[in-house]
Design a protein around this ligand. Structure first.
Ligand code: SAH
Ligand code: SF4
Length: 363
C-alpha cells in the first residue's frame, strides 16, 4: 500500500497528512488523483452541474490587493448589466436547461443595489416558474440584505474566505474594518444561519502563502462543514498592489498543480460536497477545467455575461473566452466534458448532497 493510501485509511487527516499530500510527486501524486476520481464516481457520480455565470457589475467599493477590479483601479470602465440583459441570460440558461445561475459582482453596499437584486430575483423566479435556481456572489452584506435576497428566492451564496489564516488575510487586504477577516467569517456564519447553501473557497499560490496555510484551508472547509467550494490559482494582475511580489510566486504550472491537488484532497476529505472547476484553472491550462473534473470537481460555470462587458471584468490577467458568446461557449464545453468522461446533468439543480444531508439531520 502506498503512503497516500495509508493516509486515506485514516478517518481523520492531520495537518501533517495534508502537507504530505500537497507535496506528493510521481506515482504517489497519480495515486492521489486516482483515488479522488474513484471517490467522486462513488459519492456524487460522474456528473457535471452547470451554473450559468453572470458577471453583473464590475463596480466595487473594496480594494483587495489581489483583484483587478478593485475600487482603486481606474483603468476599467465601470458597468452594470441592464435588466433586459440579465433576463436574456436567464432565458438562455432556462431554455438550455442549466437549472441554475450565479450572479456575481463587485461589492456594492447600498439600498439601491439591494433593491435592484431583490427585484431581479423576483423577476427571475416569476419568468422561470421558480425552476431556475439562483446563487449569489455579491460579497459581504448586512444580515438584513442577505435575508431579503433569500426571501426573494436566492438559494445559495458564494463567499470565499480567500485565505483561512487571519495574519495572511491582513497582508492581502487594506487594514480597515470593511476588509477584516472577522467580518468575512462572520458573513459566512450569517449566511449559514439564514438557510443558504453556503460556498466558500480560497486562492492558491498567493504571495506569502505556505503549504501549511493550504493544509489549514482544507481543515477550515471541513470544520465549517461547507456545502460547496470554488478555489483556484492566484493569478497576478499588473494594476494591483500584489503585483510587485510576482517574482516570489511559484510558476503558473506549480500553482495549477497545487490547485489540482487541493481539489483532489478535498474530494476525498468531503466526499459529497460540490466542488467547482474554476475559470482561473482554465486560464493557466486550456484544459484546466477538464483536469479539475478528473481530479474530483463536479460543477462548471459557463460564462453568460454579454461579450461587450468581459474586457472590463478582469479580476486577473489572461482570462479566457473574452470573445465567446454563450452558445459557442456551451458547445465547446459539452465537447470538453465528454472528453473528460463525465455527463452534463441538464435540468438538475444539483444541490450539494452534503447540504441535503445536513438539512435532513437538522430537521
Ligand atoms: N466581490 C465578490 C465577488 C467577486 S470576486 C467577492 O469578493 O466575494 C470573486 C473572486 O475572485 C474572489 O473571491 C477572489 O477569490 C477571486 N479573485 C480576485 N482576484 C483574483 C486573482 N488575482 N487571482 C485569482 N482569483 C482572484
Ligand atoms: Fe471587490 Fe471582490 Fe475584487 Fe475584492 S475580490 S476588490 S470585493 S470584486
Amino acid at each position: 500500500m502506498s503512503f497516500v493510501e495509508k493516509i486515506f485509511e485514516k478517518a481523520v487527516f492531520s495537518r501533517d497528512d495534508l502537507i504530505f499530500l500537497l507535496n506528493t510527486s510521481g506515482d504517489e501524486r497519480l495515486r492521489l488523483f486516482e483515488m479522488a476520481a474513484e471517490t467522486k464516481a462513488r459519492f456524487v457520480g460522474r456528473k457535471v452541474y452547470f451554473r450559468g455565470l453572470l458577471e453583473y457589475s464590475n463596480t466595487c467599493s473594496k480594494n483587495c490587493y489581489y483583484c483587478g477590479i478593485r475600487a482603486g483601479n481606474k483603468r476599467y470602465v465601470r458597468y452594470r448589466m441592464t435588466d433586459s440583459e440579465v433576463m436574456e441570460a436567464v432565458q438562455y440558461a432556462y431554455v438550455n436547461r442549466f437549472a441554475s445561475i450565479v450572479i456575481q459582482s463587485g461589492e456594492q453596499n447600498n439600498q439601491a443595489f439591494t433593491r435592484k437584486i431583490e427585484k431581479l430575483l423576483r423577476e427571475i423566479h416569476a419568468s422561470t416558474n421558480g425552476e431556475l435556481h439562483v446563487t449569489l456572489s455579491l460579497g459581504e452584506q448586512s444580515e438584513e440584505t442577505y435575508r431579503r435576497w433569500f426571501e426573494a428566492g436566492a438559494h445559495r451564496y458564494l463567499l470565499r474566505i480567500e485565505v483561512s489564516n487571519p495574519d495572511l488575510y491582513l497582508k492581502l487586504h487594506p487594514n480597515t474594518p470593511r476588509h477584516s477577516y472577522a467580518a468575512r467569517l462572520n458573513a459566512l456564519h450569517t449566511l449559514r444561519s439564514i438557510g443558504y447553501q453556503v460556498g466558500t473557497g480560497v486562492m492558491i499560490g498567493l504571495p506569502f502563502q505556505t503549504i501549511g496555510d493550504l493544509a489549514d484551508d482544507l481543515l477550515f472547509f471541513r470544520d465549517f462543514d461547507i456545502d460547496m467550494v470554488g478555489m483556484g490559482p492566484y493569478i497576478e494582475h499588473e494594476d494591483t498592489p500584489l503585483y510587485r511580489y510576482r517574482e516570489t510566486l511559484l510558476p503558473l504550472t506549480g500553482r495549477f498543480d497545487l490547485s489540482l491537488k487541493m481539489v483532489a484532497i478535498l474530494r476525498i476529505m468531503m466526499k459529497d460536497i460540490n466542488i467547482a472547476a474554476t475559470t482561473a484553472m482554465q486560464t493557466i491550462d486550456p484544459q484546466g477545467r477538464e483536469k479539475a473534473l478528473l481530479a474530483g470537481a463536479n460543477v462548471i460555470m459557463p460564462n453568460l455575461t454579454p461579450v461587450r462587458y468581459r474586457q472590463d471584468y478582469l479580476l486577473y490577467e489572461n482570462k479566457p473566452c473574452l470573445d465567446e458568446e454563450a452558445a459557442a461557449c456551451q458547445t465547446c464545453l459539452e465537447a470538453r466534458i465528454r472528453i473528460a468522461g463525465d455527463t452534463i446533468a441538464y435540468g438538475e439543480w444539483g444541490d450539494s448532497r452534503h447540504f441535503q444531508k445536513r438539512r435532513t439531520m437538522d430537521n
